[in-house]
Write a protein that binds this ligand. Structure first.
Ligand SMILES: Nc1ncnc2c1ncn2[C@@H]1O[C@H](COP(=O)(O)OP(=O)(O)OP(=O)(O)O)[C@@H](O)[C@H]1O
Length: 416
C-alpha cells in the first residue's frame, strides 16, 4: 500500500512529490521497522522460551538419571559402602535413643558408671571377654551390678551392643540375665547387668588347680534344666521368637542359688513363623529350622561338658570324635554307651547312675549330625525334667534323713 501511494504521488509535482516521497517514505519505513522489530522480538522470545522448555523437559530427567546411576556406582566402592553402613548404624543408634523411652531399661550416665567402678579400676575386673571387660560395682539404687564396657575400636561391636540392648530390653525370664541399664555416650558403649555371685559355669566345670569348686549332680541337672527352659521360652515366644546361636558354658551365669542365666545375646537372631512358609530369620534368607537345631546342638555340647567335664574350647579332639562315633555306632544307645567311659567319675556311684546315663542320652540326641534328627527344645526340656524330678526328690529325701527308697519316687524315664 505504501509503495502504490508513493507511485501515485510521483505523477504530480515532481519536486514536491520528491520531498513528500522522502518524508512519507522515511515515516513509513520507521513504522514498518518498529512493527517488524517488535514482531521479530516477540517471535524470538517465544521461540527461545519454547526451545528452552523442550531442552529442559528432555535433558533434566536424563541428567538426574545419570546422577542416580553415578551415585549407584559410587555406592559400590568400598569407601562409600562403609560410609553408608556407618550412617545406617548411626540412624539405628539414634532410633534406639528414641525408643529407649519405650523400653524399661534406664539409661545410665558414663560419669555414674565411672564412679561406681572407681574409674574402671583393675581390681574390679570380674571377666574379660572377646568384646569387652566386665567390672563388678556397687550402685546406690541397683545394688551390685556387673558393668560391661565394650571395646571401643571394633565397629562390629556396635551391632552386638544394639542386639543385646534390644533383646534384653524386651525379654524377661528367670533363666535370662537381667539387663539393668545401658550407657551410650559419644564412643562409649556400656551394658549394666545384675551381678551374678557365682560367676560363669565354665569356671565351675574347669576350676583352676587348687580351687575348691565342685558342682554336685543335682546342681548340674538343675542348671541343664534351667538352660533348656530358657531356650525353650526363647524358641517358642508368642511374638518374638529368637535363636541364641552362641551358647557355651562361659555365657551361662549362675546366681547365688546356682540358677542359670543365659547371657551374651550379641549374635542372637529373631525368627518369623508363618503358617505356610515355615520359619525363617527376620534379617536373612536362612532357614529358621536349621538355626533352631544349631541351638539344640550347642546345648547338647554343653550337656556333654556338664557330664564329662571335657572343655570344648580346649579338647577339640574329644568333640571331633563324636561325629565318628555316630558313624561307627548305628543307634543312639550305642553312642551313649561308647561315651559312658568319658563321664566324670565323681558323678558315678552316688545312686544316680541311671539318671547319668539318661542325661548322656539326651546330650547325644542333641548332637546328632543330621539336624532334623535332633529333638526340639521343648522335647529336650521335657526329657531333662524327667531326670530332674527324681534327682530333686532324692536330694530332698536325703536332706530330711527319711528312710524312703528313692527308686519308688522315680518316674519311669521314657526310652529316648
Ligand atoms: N552379670 C554378671 N555377673 C557376674 N559375672 C559376669 C556377669 N557378666 C559377665 N560376667 C563375667 O565376665 C565374663 C566375661 O563376660 P562377657 O560376656 O564379656 O564374655 P564372654 O561370655 O566370654 O563372651 P564374649 O567373649 O563373646 O564377649 C563372664 O564369663 C563372667 O565370668
Amino acid at each position: 500500500y505504501g509503495f502504490s501511494y508513493l507511485q501515485e504521488s510521483n505523477d504530480g509535482d515532481d519536486e514536491l512529490g520528491g520531498r513528500l516521497q522522502t518524508v512519507t517514505c522515511k515515516g513509513l519505513w520507521t513504522k514498518l521497522d518498529t512493527s517488524f522489530k517488535s514482531g521479530l522480538v516477540i517471535g524470538y522470545v517465544f521461540s527461545s522460551v519454547s526451545i528452552f522448555t523442550i531442552f529442559l523437559s528432555y535433558c533434566v530427567p536424563w541428567a538426574s538419571l545419570n546422577k542416580r546411576k553415578r551415585n549407584k556406582e559410587m555406592m559400590k566402592t568400598p569407601m562409600m559402602a562403609s560410609l553408608m553402613e556407618r550412617r545406617e548404624k548411626k540412624r539405628k543408634v539414634d532410633s534406639i535413643q528414641i525408643s529407649t523411652f519405650q523400653m524399661s531399661i534406664p539409661r545410665v550416665s558414663f560419669a555414674e558408671l565411672k564412679k561406681a567402678t572407681n574409674s574402671f579400676d583393675r581390681d574390679k575386673v570380674i571377666g574379660v571377654g572377646k568384646t569387652g571387660t566386665v567390672y563388678k560395682a556397687a550402685h546406690p539404687h541397683l545394688r551390685f551390678i556387673a558393668v560391661k564396657r565394650l571395646l571401643l575400636d571394633f565397629q562390629h561391636l556396635e551391632e552386638q551392643f544394639l542386639s543385646e540392648l534390644m533383646i534384653l530390653g524386651k525379654y524377661r525370664h528367670k533363666n535370662i540375665v537381667p539387663l539393668l541399664g545401658f550407657c551410650l555416650e559419644s564412643r562409649e558403649r556400656l551394658l549394666v547387668y545384675q551381678y551374678m555371685p557365682n560367676g560363669n559355669l565354665h569356671d565351675w566345670l574347669h576350676p583352676v588347680k587348687g580351687e575348691p569348686k565342685i558342682l554336685e549332680w543335682h546342681l548340674r541337672v538343675n542348671i541343664a534344666v534351667g538352660i533348656a527352659r530358657g531356650l525353650e521360652w526363647l524358641h517358642s515366644h508368642n511374638t518374638l521368637q529368637l535363636v541364641h546361636l552362641n551358647l557355651s558354658s562361659s555365657c551361662i551365669l549362675l546366681d547365688k542359688h546356682f540358677e542359670p542365666k543365659i547371657s551374651n545375646f550379641g549374635r542372637a537372631m529373631h525368627m518369623i513363623t508363618t503358617s505356610n512358609a515355615g520359619i525363617f530369620m527376620a534379617n536373612s534368607e536362612m532357614d529358621g529350622w536349621d538355626l533352631i537345631k544349631k541351638d539344640v546342638h550347642q546345648l547338647g555340647v554343653l550337656l556333654l561338658e556338664l557330664i564329662t567335664g571335657e572343655d570344648p574350647s580346649n579338647n577339640s579332639e574329644f568333640y571331633q570324635s563324636l561325629e565318628r562315633k555316630f558313624v561307627q555306632n548305628n543307634c543312639l544307645s550305642a553312642v551313649s554307651a561308647a561315651l559312658y567311659c568319658a563321664v566324670d567319675k565323681s558323678l558315678l556311684g552316688q545312686g544316680f547312675d541311671r539318671e547319668v546315663l539318661y542325661f548322656l542320652k539326651v546330650a547325644c540326641n542333641c548332637i546328632q549330625p543330621l539336624p532334623n534328627r535332633r529333638p526340639t527344645m521343648v522335647e529336650v526340656h521335657k526329657m531333662l525334667m524327667a531326670i530332674h524330678i527324681p534327682t530333686f526328690w532324692a536330694k530332698t529325701i536325703n536332706e530330711f534323713g527319711c528312710s524312703v527308697n528313692i527308686h519308688d519316687y522315680r518316674i519311669t524315664l521314657k526310652e529316648i
